[in-house]
Write a protein that binds this ligand. Structure first.
Ligand SMILES: Cc1cc2nc3c(=O)[nH]c(=O)nc-3n(C[C@H](O)[C@H](O)[C@H](O)COP(=O)(O)OP(=O)(O)OC[C@H]3O[C@@H](n4cnc5c(N)ncnc54)[C@H](O)[C@@H]3O)c2cc1C
Length: 596
């Protein structure tokens, strides 16, 4: 092997070949690598384009999340988005060993039963809530709130929903701002139910949730600490960093090897897999690698002169995320301490010193610690719910896709739409995340968009990023649901429980943004297309529905090739994604082991 290849922590050369090659050493890639190498007879090579993080404070200290900026991220921007006044926005994808879990906000919640039952209803046997719960449990070691927090805040948990021996540390925060109690009272006054533990399938209503944080050191628990550091000494596991997979070698419809290089000018190495190649490059780059390798929509491949290996129109289609409105406001009569204090540099420095001294204070918890996940019947009255759902059901499904979209992709969308509207009508899934950080409004995020975006290469250069088109609000029904979300958010802020705190919403300002038309305009001017949850771009669905993998995670039309990352999710769940990605990867590892 070339001398420049860096097998992390080893003074050895690459093996001649491996049983499994995993493309991408992020969240799902490291999870699957860990599980497959439990069998000492199986060799695994993980090829990661990024490097190890430096474990600096902005990675490890929960309250400093986001502080590494672009250091561990791809530098990617989406196409101008007509649905939001032609604004562009970042495509938020990590580029580092451990992937998204190195940079994420550490909210560690799960979707509701209905979110995952939708996956099964699409034809994926075993991928409903009951099929995934054992893997949610397997992935985590849960630590409930300490007794003093339980006493003061009444935060409960459902023991039957949790795992206590898994690699990822999931711990309840030990610090909350006092105003949070009043926010929960406001939700209650509005009739939003309190869910005692949102991880037990009932992630509907208001609840406190855990962070992926070690309960003792109060530092980030992430794919590197959970699935790499403890097992890196295994002789059958090799991690190669700083190497980008450029193409899959496919011989006679079997994926047999991968090609990779450290830069566009460096020489390329080819290495083969005896059993499988497993794609875990994330929702932006897994479709890119497939398309570069001749697996994707044939019109796209032909336009770039790429020989078509499998015409698979769903590769890069069905792209979903959570469009988000960071509403703004303040409590004019706030309690102390409050998040606003943290903008005072002296106070923030004191709090960091407190964290360093005894691991307490605001820096000890992640950004998100509580939210209300609201159903359509909770944010809109009966008449409005039925008019919204009728509007969606009457739409021509092809009207919201580009003109050349394959009929199978549209058929899959139509099926998704039937299921989504039925689950929405019965309140089995949330459509809105309303997260407060003890401020009168921080995040209103659309959880079940009807618009679909795309990821598509426009170059055969594997080091050029793919084109990201969120196509946010290409289905106007999403704007309509957002209107109800904003009205509902305003109702929460107006509840008597918050009155003494003197809440003011500054964006969207109720004084100037009044009519539905004004709210729509504010939405188009302010909403961003992502909550850093890109997903669904290689969906697990039937091939005739535009699917890319079957329920065994095997790519259609080619042997020896699986996908295990967030791209296989067929419908985005109403939750932050990391705990779901870990559960998917845990299940994927069992599926792959079983066919060994
Ligand atoms: C800024 C941010 C904040 C977030 N906040 C939260 C949160 O608070 N709570 C939550 O639950 N979720 C959050 N998420 C989402 C969650 O972390 C991700 O959904 C999850 O980590 C995705 O896992 P994955 O395995 O699909 O991809 P990733 O973890 O992104 O892994 C993909 C890996 O593949 C590598 N790769 C890509 N292309 C190639 C190639 N050609 N060759 C080799 N390697 C390649 C990448 O470098 C990357 O390391 C956040 C994500 C981000 C980015």
């Amino acid at each position: 092997a070339p001398a420049s290849l860096n097998i992390v922590g080893r003074d050895v050369a690459l093996f001649a070949n491996y049983d499994y090659i995993i493309v991408g050493g992020g969240t799902s890639g490291l999870t699957v690598a860990d599980r497959l190498t439990e069998d000492a007879d199986k060799t695994v090579l993980v090829i990661e384009s990024g490097n190890l993080d430096d474990q600096e404070d902005s990675v490890l200290v929960p309250g400093l999340a986001g502080g590494t900026g672009k250091k561990y991220m791809y530098n990617m921007t989406c196409e101008p988005q007509p649905g939001i006044n032609n604004r562009t926005y970042s495509f938020l994808a990590a580029h580092v060993v451990g992937g998204g879990t190195v940079v994420n906000g550490q909210a560690f919640d799960r979707g509701s039963r209905g979110d995952y039952d939708l996956w099964e209803a699409l034809g994926n046997q075993g991928w409903g809530w009951e099929g995934l719960l054992p893997y949610f449990k397997k992935s985590e070691t849960f630590t409930p709130s300490p007794p003093e927090i339980v006493k003061e805040w009444g935060i409960e948990y459902d023991r039957s929903a949790h795992g206590f021996k898994g690699p990822v540390m999931s711990s309840m925060p030990t610090y909350y701002y006092p105003a949070m109690k009043f926010v929960f009272k406001a939700w209650k006054q509005l009739g939003i139910p309190y869910s005692r533990d949102g991880t037990n399938g009932n992630a509907l209503g208001a609840f406190y949730f855990s962070n992926s944080v070690d309960p003792v050191t109060r530092t980030r628990s992430y794919a590197r600490t959970a699935h790499y550091e403890p097992v890196k000494g295994r002789p059958n596991l090799h991690l190669l960093t700083g190497q980008t997979v450029t193409k899959l070698v496919i011989e006679g419809k079997k994926a047999s090897a991968v090609k990779f290089a450290s830069s566009p000018t460096a020489s390329t190495t080819t290495i083969s897999a005896k059993k499988e190649i497993i794609l875990a490059a994330g929702s932006g780059h897994t479709p890119q690698i497939l398309q570069l390798s001749g697996i994707g929509p044939k019109t796209l491949l032909k336009s770039l002169g790429i020989p078509v290996v499998v015409d698979l129109p769903g590769v890069g289609a069905n792209f979903q995320d959570h469009p988000s409105y960071y509403t703004a406001g303040l409590f004019t009569n706030d309690m102390n301490p409050s998040p606003a204090n943290m903008s005072n540099a002296t106070y923030a420095a004191e709090m960091l010193a407190l964290y360093k001294y005894n691991r307490t204070g605001p820096y000890s918890s992640g950004f998100g610690t509580a939210a209300a996940f609201l159903t359509l019947p909770e944010i809109a009255n009966k008449t409005r719910v039925s008019s919204l759902l009728n509007l969606i059901q009457r739409q021509d499904p092809s009207a919201h896709f580009p003109a050349n979209t394959d009929a199978t992709v549209i058929a899959g969308y139509k099926f998704q739409r039937t299921l989504l509207t039925s689950f929405m009508a019965s309140g089995r899934i949330a459509v809105s995340e309303n997260a407060f950080s003890a401020l009168p409004g921080m995040l209103n995020s659309l959880q079940k968009p009807f618009s679909r975006g795309s990821i598509a290469i426009n170059s055969t250069d594997p080091f050029a990023n793919p084109v990201v088109d969120y196509r946010i609000f290409s289905n106007p029904a999403d704007v309509e649901i957002f209107v109800d979300m904003i009205k509902s958010f305003r109702r929460v802020v107006g509840m008597p429980a918050l009155k003494d705190l003197g809440p003011i919403i500054t964006n969207p300002d109720p004084a100037t943004v009044k009519s539905d038309e004004e709210i729509r305009a504010a939405i188009r001017a302010n909403v961003v297309p992502t909550l850093a949850h890109p997903s669904c771009t290689c969906a697990m669905m039937k091939r005739e529905h535009g699917g890319v993998v079957d329920a065994q995670l095997k790519v259609y039309g080619v042997k020896g090739l699986s996908i295990v990352d967030a791209s296989v999710i067929p419908l985005i769940p109403a939750t932050h994604l990391s705990s779901t990605v870990y559960a998917v990867a845990e299940k994927a590892a069992d599926i792959i082991k079983a066919r060994a």
